[in-house]
Design a binder for this molecule. Structure first.
Ligand code: SAH
Length: 340
C-alpha cells in the first residue's frame, strides 16, 4: 500500500484517474489531509463511502509516533519520530520572533561522511519518501500546536542525494492547496552535489539554496568533507554562479568555524576572493562539538572578527544563532536511531 502523502497534487490527480475517479477528487483529498488535517479516510465526508473504502484499500495515511520530545532552554524542541519501519529520525522546531522554523530530515543516515557532523556517524539506511518528509511538518504542528512558517532541509541526510523525493515534498509543502508555505520560506542545504545544483536551477522553484562550504582550499575542504574529492570548490562555485544567473536568487554559504582550522583572517581573505561579486550571503556557524569529533568551536571574538572582515570587504555575513545545543538539536548534532 502506498502512503498517500507521497503524491503531489498532479500525481494524485493521475492516481484518481487511474482508479476511475475525476481528477478534482485529488483536490478534495489534499484539502482533507493538509488543511483539515484528518487522520483517516472515513473523515473525508464529501467523498462517497464507496470511494473512501477504495482509498482505504489502496493507500495509507499513517502518522508518525513520537518516541521522545526534548525541549531546550531556548524553547527549541527536538523530536525523535518512529517512522514505522523500525527506524527513527530526528526533527527540530525552532521558534524565532518572525515565526516557526522546522529543520527536516531527508534521509535515514547520510553517505557524505563530513568529519564534523554527527549524522554520518552511523551507516546510511535509505532515502525518506516525500510523504515521510512532509509528515515531519504535520506531526510537529500537531504536537506543538503551532503553524510552521519556514522549512529548512538541514536535518539528517543530504537532500540533493534524495533529489526526486525532496523536490516532490517541496511541491506538496509549497502548494496552496497543500501545506501552503511559500517557496521563499523553504531552504535546501547541500554539501555540494554539483550536477543536482544545475538541475535544481532548472526546476523553477523559488526556494533558497544553501551551500555547506566550510573551507576555501580544496585541501582543507577535502579533509573536512570527502565529497570535495568528487566536486572541487571551483566546480561548486561555478554551479552556484549558474544557479544565481538562472534563478535570480541569492545563494547562502554556510561556514562552520572551527578553532585553528578554518577561522583565521587568512581564511576570511580567501573567502572574500572566492565569493567576490556573487549575489550571496555567508552564514557563519560556531561549530558544534560532536562525540569523537576533532573540531572545536572558535572563540566568540574570532567569530566576530571573521564576520567583520567579510562585511568590511563587501560580503554580507551573519552569525547563526545557536539553538538547542543543550539537547543536541543544533547543527550537525542530529542522528538517526535504531528502534530495535
Ligand atoms: N547535508 C546537508 C544538510 C544537513 S547539515 C548539508 O551538508 O548542507 C546542515 C548544516 O549544518 C550544514 O551546513 C552542515 O555543514 C552544518 N553542520 C554539520 N555539522 C556541524 C557542526 N558540528 N557544527 C556546526 N554546523 C554543522
Amino acid at each position: 500500500m502506498e502512503q498517500i502523502k507521497n503524491y503531489d497534487l498532479e500525481q494524485l490527480k493521475q492516481e484518481m484517474v487511474k482508479i476511475g475517479q475525476k481528477p478534482f477528487r485529488a483536490e478534495q483529498i489534499f484539502k482533507w489531509i493538509y488543511q483539515e488535517r484528518v487522520s483517516n479516510f472515513d473523515d473525508m465526508t464529501n467523498l462517497s463511502i464507496e470511494l473512501r473504502e477504495i482509498l482505504k484499500q489502496k493507500y495509507t495515511l499513517n502518522e508518525y509516533k513520537i518516541i521522545k520530545r526534548q525541549e531546550a532552554k531556548d524553547g527549541t524542541k527536538k523530536y525523535l519520530f518512529d517512522i514505522l519501519d523500525g527506524n527513527a529520525i530526528e526533527t527540530v522546531l525552532m521558534s524565532y520572533h518572525h515565526g516557526n522554523t522546522i529543520c527536516v530530515t531527508s534521509q535515514v543516515g547520510c553517505k557524505m561522511g563530513c568529519k564534523f557532523c554527527a549524522s554520518t556517524g552511523i551507516p546510511f539506511i535509505r532515502n525518506l519518501t516525500s510523504g515521510e518528509i512532509v509528515e515531519q511538518i504535520l506531526a510537529v504542528e500537531r504536537d506543538a500546536g503551532v503553524k510552521i512558517s519556514n522549512v529548512v532541509f538541514m536535518g539528517i541526510g543530504e537532500p540533493l542525494d534524495n533529489y526526486e523525493n525532496v523536490i516532490n515534498a517541496i511541491r506538496i509543502i509549497n502548494n496552496q492547496k497543500g501545506i501552503n508555505i511559500g517557496a521563499r520560506h523553504i531552504s535546501i542545504s547541500t554539501s555540494g552535489l554539483v550536477p543536482q545544483i544545475y538541475r535544481l536551477a532548472d526546476e523553477n522553484i523559488q526556494c533558497t539554496l544553501s551551500i555547506s562550504l566550510h573551507a576555501t582550499t580544496n585541501e582543507k575542504r577535502t579533509e573536512m568533507m570527502p565529497i570535495n574529492k568528487k566536486y572541487k570548490i571551483e566546480e561548486l562555485i561555478k554551479a552556484c554562479k549558474d544557479y544565481i544567473a538562472k534563478t535570480n536568487r541569492r545563494v547562502s554559504f554556510e561556514y562552520a568555524l572551527a578553532k585553528e582550522n578554518n577561522d583565521n583572517l587568512e581564511d576570511a581573505k580567501q573567502l572574500v576572493k572566492l565569493l567576490r561579486g556573487m549575489n550571496c550571503h555567508v552564514n557563519l556557524i560556531p561549530i558544534n562539538k560532536i562525540e569523537n569529533g576533532k573540531y572545536t568551536k572558535s572563540s566568540n571574538q574570532n567569530i566576530m572578527k571573521f564576520r567583520d572582515y567579510l562585511n568590511d570587504h563587501g560580503i554580507v555575513a551573519t552569525i547563526r544563532r545557536e539553538l538547542g545545543s543543550d539537547i543536541e538539536a543544533a547543527c550537525g548534532q542530529l542522528r538517526r536511531k535504531n528502534l530495535y
